[in-house]
Ligand binder design. Structure first.
Ligand code: FES
Length: 164
């Protein structure tokens, strides 16, 4: 991006910055494209560090406060690092009754990973979600785009170990 200095950031490589510049240039002239730009940049970096939000604002000639406002408003944007595999564990009633809590305890025991957190090696992040809409499969866990049903405490680690 001309005249805009790339900030140093440990999670953003020069190649990532090139891709980000391409995204900004693609969408810069299109009104209302900010959400798309944020989404595509998040796919590259896996989250939206504040330095990146400032860079996007400057690159798109949008007030930085507006960029932060949009990024913090939508729950699908994350301003903190995510793991390579995002785990969504259903904490809704049907899943709770069928013992999802014990699975979460096992995840914590194995990976030292709590709800809202990310493992140090960025392998996994964990979210608790209120009903994933698949109560018939309870207890339910989603890893990335994969839905896992009938997730017992005995099976949960075995399932997660398949995700490197
Ligand atoms: S309560 Fe878990 S999927 Fe509905």
């Amino acid at each position: 991006m001309k005249n805009i200095v790339r900030p140093d950031h440990p999670d953003i490589t020069p190649e990532m910055w090139d891709t980000i510049d391409g995204i900004i240039l693609n969408w810069k002239a299109i009104p209302g494209a900010l959400i798309t730009v944020l989404r595509e940049c998040q796919e590259v970096v896996l989250y939206l560090p504040s330095e990146l939000l400032t860079y996007i604002g400057n690159g798109m000639d949008i007030p930085v406060s507006q960029v932060f406002g949009v990024a913090t408003f939508y729950s699908f944007f994350s301003l903190t690092p995510k793991g390579r595999h995002n785990i969504k564990v259903c904490t809704g009633t049907a899943c709770y009754v069928k013992g999802i809590k014990e699975s979460m305890n096992r995840i914590y025991g194995k990976y030292n990973l709590k709800e809202g957190g990310t493992t140090e090696d960025r392998r996994f992040s964990l979210e608790g979600v209120r009903c994933l809409g698949a109560c018939g499969l309870a207890p339910v866990m989603v890893v990335g785009k994969d839905i896992h049903g009938a997730v017992s405490a005995d099976k949960v680690i075995q399932i997660l170990e398949k995700y490197e």
